[in-house]
Design a protein around this ligand. Structure first.
Ligand code: IMP
Ligand code: MG
Length: 240
């Protein structure tokens, strides 16, 4: 049964009638029974932050795209591929914050079980605001702290979308002296690419849907979900 329920949009002043429309349009929930109920989610709105306008549209996250078990199984397989390439003394895994934090944590613990012990660092790259569309430019909000000259780096991110973030990260780390830079993303949305870019390791290829959970966020929320869910905007539900 579904434990994730949406909400009326505060922004548009919708009330119970809107709730009923959402319920009627909603997909059947397939939240994994083994996991505790996620809290009821209730937020939507608009405003400005740091001089930038933001909007969070009314939405729900009842449609589970990938269960925690599916992710777990795929991570095991992926680590089998990664392990062979991560045994060197100078291997560094660099997670892109904030979306990669759960994926990277699962990867390195599985690597440990296979007796593979890379060094680990993080960098914060930003291209998205509070919405679901990329701003088009990537910037380093916080760089790695570690010396990587001559190292073999694997950059880990939650999702490969337009390709700008991983492409930027790769160039940036090569410029910092890495010997090689490979890329790894849990999810890939190939139809969203703005320029050709292929990651070396991919967990799942998915359709062009905005997704949350397992580290991925919408407006800094839902990262804690153990599964991946689609964000559905009820007004667009007929087309999704
Ligand atoms: P790219 O630079 O367009 O490839 O986007 C990569 C970044 O955009 C990721 O690190 C995510 O933070 C964010 N992103 C792209 N698609 C999604 C999505 O469906 N859900 C949540 N975040 C996303
Ligand atoms: Mg994000």
């Amino acid at each position: 049964m579904c434990h994730l329920r949406l909400l009326a949009g505060a922004a548009g002043g919708q009330g119970p009638a809107f709730d009923r429309r959402v319920a009627a349009a909603g997909a059947t929930c397939a939240a994994p029974a083994a996991w505790p109920a996620a809290p009821t989610v209730r937020h939507a709105g608009a405003g400005t932050s740091g001089g930038k306008a933001w909007t969070v549209k009314p939405h729900h996250i009842r449609h589970v795209l990938l269960s925690a078990d599916q992710i777990h199984d795929r991570v095991q397989t992926l680590v089998g591929e990664l392990a062979a390439d991560c045994r060197g003394a100078d291997v560094v895994l660099v997670g892109i914050l904030r979306g990669s934090f759960i994926f990277l944590a699962d990867l390195v613990r599985e690597l440990y079980r296979r007796d593979v012990h890379p060094r680990i660092d993080f960098m914060t790259l930003e291209s998205y605001g509070a919405g679901t569309e990329s701003s088009g430019t990537v910037r380093v909000a916080k760089d790695i702290g570690m010396e990587i000259t001559g190292c073999d780096v694997v950059v880990v991110d939650d999702i490969l979308d337009t390709g700008r973030t991983l492409s930027f990260a790769r160039q940036h780390l090569l410029a910092r002296g890495a010997r090689t830079v490979r890329t790894c993303a849990l999810l890939d949305k190939p139809m969203r690419r703005v320029a050709p870019f292929q990651a070396d390791y991919i967990g799942f290829t998915i359709a062009d849907r905005f997704v949350v959970g397992y580290g991925l966020d919408y407006d800094s929320r839902y990262r804690e979900l153990p599964h991946i869910a689609c964000v559905t905007f009820p007004d667009l539900a007929a087309t999704q």
